[in-house]
Ligand binder design. Structure first.
Ligand code: PRX
Length: 664
């Protein structure tokens, strides 16, 4: 990693904002000065300007119970009203909110008036099912308009959504349902992915059947989960099993629901959603976000970082709603700002590798927000593919989820952005709720490969192990030193884990888990996770979670998982596995078959995104005298490097045994 950062810091290309861009830029340099005078007051001003408060707040930040913050605590608002009704009331009901593109090429369009009407009906459906303020609703849907409609309907009635990415398995879904005690699941029969319908409902059926007794027809008996009903959107038109005591078709319920629904205000600190993310232990953390502060920073960053002109821009974030980017920059930020956006159901290569560029041409997309893995994949395929489309509508490009290397940055700007568009590399996390580090287009001189500077109103530092700021031209650990409006309010049901995970490394400061380096100008370069969290294609995976899945396989005695550098996906999951002795058999012959079986096992238990790229069957794992696995050494092996310092190993021979196993 150190070699690569030294290379990165030799990157000298700089891109000044053009005079033309600067002339109409939304952001201005004075935001920084205004914000640093009084951060909470700055956020208060932004919130009052960007949102509609049914009851205005008189307080901004309360940090007296740190690290539990409240923002705008005595104010009241309705998040969905802010994203919908108020735009209609302001005369913008005919503006397109969503241009939805299905993978096979079908499409649907919703104006703000139409989207508001759908959400009102959906809110009435939820109320009809007995869902009320504070209740949790699990959403397990493909990227279809109903995903956005469901989230907003839940928010509208003061309930709490927990969106579970459609790529997660039945087990993962059930664990999330149980942790949040969800009363309702909203799902679909299936959705389109890679040219075919991928079923979703069977995973919900399987999730809810866990622990249930089956009746004589093989149907789950009395439910053992917290779920009372399952609402099913028809999308894939695939055959699904049906449990009449529990399952309801979305379209039937929507047709029967009333069209009137007046949005009620809720306190600013009402929980808005829980989103599960991988941490350093096997159990995913339910990251809790609340309403007023979250929406303030979502709207502020979406407007200023994307230079949003809602009357003329067409914005497209390629993220799935199952991830935080899909929450903040598909649903809440863009809709709070009255943006027109594109959402796309499928994969970038279906039915052909030019799909994204075709969509940009079709809708005249002007702002594109994507992940470096996708950019690097397109780079490999060659510029002839995007060059075949008219991308002249693009005027700003964004990047998120993992560091973007300078080569990919330059390619993105030259090939996709006609050599002229600014690129904003935005660093943030599920926990931060909204962007934290990014250039401001029209203000900042851009540096390929660096996320650059904290956004106005945020205090971010790089510290050494003792907690001292490192100063320019040095590396350390990234922290957020002052509370911010969109910060997580806790881990669902586990306040101690919240304090321990984020606030105990450096008391009073939020430790993000990322390493970073400041360059000579003080700009921030992200170096990846310093904990046992991997980042594969911009998605977070926990080594511990995959290890515990591996050891749940009857043939596995021990497992160690590392994220090894990968040219395209940033990191790739590589597993080292020790097989149970009594089951070992002739390992050499069987190793390939067993490795394949274990890869499938992990995909089945957690979801396809967690499937290891490689599984090595080994005789030993490198451990310290206290028994801790030294993943650093395994990473050296997986990345084909010289093995680093082995002096702290209990058995210093072990690495040569493992390398022999791997080469065998
Ligand atoms: O390691 C950082 C990386 O993604 C992690 C957060 O993952 P998640 O909560 O899934 O959210 C991803 C989308 C916001 C961070 O700890 N990360 C995110 N954005 C960047 C990044 N690393 C480098 N540069 C970025 N722009």
């Amino acid at each position: 990693m150190n070699n690569s950062i030294d290379n990165l810091l030799h990157e000298t290309r700089r891109f000044e904002p053009s005079a033309e861009f600067r002339a109409t830029a939304v952001a201005s340099a004075d935001l920084y000065a205004r914000a640093s005078e009084d951060r909470p007051a700055f956020w208060g001003e932004q919130s009052a300007e960007l949102l509609h408060w049914h009851k205005p707040f008189t307080k901004t930040l309360d940090w007296s119970r740190a690290p539990f913050a409240t923002w705008f605590e005595d104010g009241e608002l309705n998040v969905a009203y802010n994203c919908l009704d108020r735009h209609v009331e302001a005369g913008n009901g005919d503006r397109i909110a969503l241009n939805w593109e299905g993978e096979p090429g079908d499409s649907r369009t919703f104006t703000y008036a139409e989207l508001t009407a759908e959400v009102k009906r959906a809110a009435n459906v939820l109320i009809g099912l007995g869902i009320g303020e504070g209740d949790r609703v699990a959403i397990y849907l493909p990227m279809i308009p109903e995903a956005v409609i469901s989230m907003l309907a839940v928010a509208r009635i003061g309930a709490v959504h927990s969106v579970v990415f459609g790529g997660f398995s039945a087990d993962s879904l059930r664990a999330r349902i149980d942790d949040a005690q969800a009363r309702l699941v909203i799902t679909a029969d299936g959705g389109w992915r890679r040219g075919k319908v991928s079923a979703l409902k069977p995973a919900v059926d399987a999730a809810l059947a866990i622990g249930a007794t089956l009746n004589e027809h093989g149907e789950p008996g009395p439910t053992t989960s917290s779920v009372e009903s399952v609402l099913v959107v028809r999308r894939g038109e695939n055959e699904v099993d049906w449990f009449p005591e529990r399952d309801l078709w979305w379209h039937d319920e929507m047709a029967a629901a009333g069209e009137h629904h007046e949005a009620q205000p809720f306190p600013a600190e009402s929980p808005l959603f829980i989103l599960y993310t991988s941490g350093t232990t096997g159990k995913p953390k339910g990251i809790l976000h609340t309403s007023g502060g979250y929406l303030t920073q979502a709207a502020f960053t979406h407007k200023n970082v994307f230079d949003l002109k809602p009357e003329t821009d067409v914005y497209w974030s390629t993220a799935d709603v199952g991830w935080i980017t899909g929450h903040t920059y598909v649903v809440y930020g863009p809709l709070a700002n009255g943006a027109t956006q594109v959402i796309y159901e499928g994969t970038p290569d279906a039915p052909h590798p030019g799909r994204w560029w075709e969509i940009i041409q079709k809708y005249r997309v002007s702002i594109l927000y994507a992940a470096p893995t996708a950019i690097r994949t397109f780079m490999k395929l060659g510029r002839q593919i995007p060059d075949a489309y008219d991308l002249s509508s693009l005027r700003l490009l964004g990047s998120v989820g993992e560091p973007i290397n300078p080569e990919a940055w330059i390619w993105y700007r030259d090939v996709i952005g006609a050599g002229t568009t600014p690129i904003v590399d935005t660093w943030w996390q599920t926990e931060t709720g909204a962007m934290m580090i990014s250039a401001l287009p029209g203000v900042t001189t851009l540096k390929p490969g660096s996320a650059q500077v904290p956004l106005p109103g945020l205090k971010i530092e790089v510290l050494d192990d003792a907690g001292t700021p490192v100063g320019k031209n040095a590396g350390g650990l990234l922290v957020v030193s002052e509370p911010w409006p969109a910060m997580l309010r806790g881990i669902w049901g586990d306040p101690d884990r919240y304090v321990e995970t984020y606030w105990s490394t450096f008391p009073g400061k939020y430790f993000a888990g990322d390493g970073a380096r400041l360059d000579r100008d003080g700009d921030i370069w992200l170096l990846g996770r310093v904990d046992d969290v991997m980042n594969v294609s911009g998605h977070r995976l926990s080594t511990a979670e995959i290890e515990s899945s591996l050891v749940s396989h009857p043939r596995v005695a021990e497992a160690a998982v590392v994220g090894a550098a990968d040219e395209t996906t940033g990191q790739a999951v590589v597993a080292f596995v020790i097989v149970r002795v009594e089951q070992a058999g002739d390992l050499r012959q069987e190793a390939d078959a067993l490795a394949a079986e274990l890869r499938t096992h992990v995909a089945g238990q957690i979801g396809a995104i967690a499937r290891p790229k490689q599984v090595f069957i080994v005789a030993e794992l490198p451990k310290t005298r206290s028994g801790k696995i030294m993943r650093r050494l395994l990473r050296d092996l997986a990345e084909g490097r010289e093995i680093g310092d082995t002096t702290t190993l209990a058995d210093t021979q072990v690495m040569s045994i493992i390398s022999t196993n791997i080469k065998a």
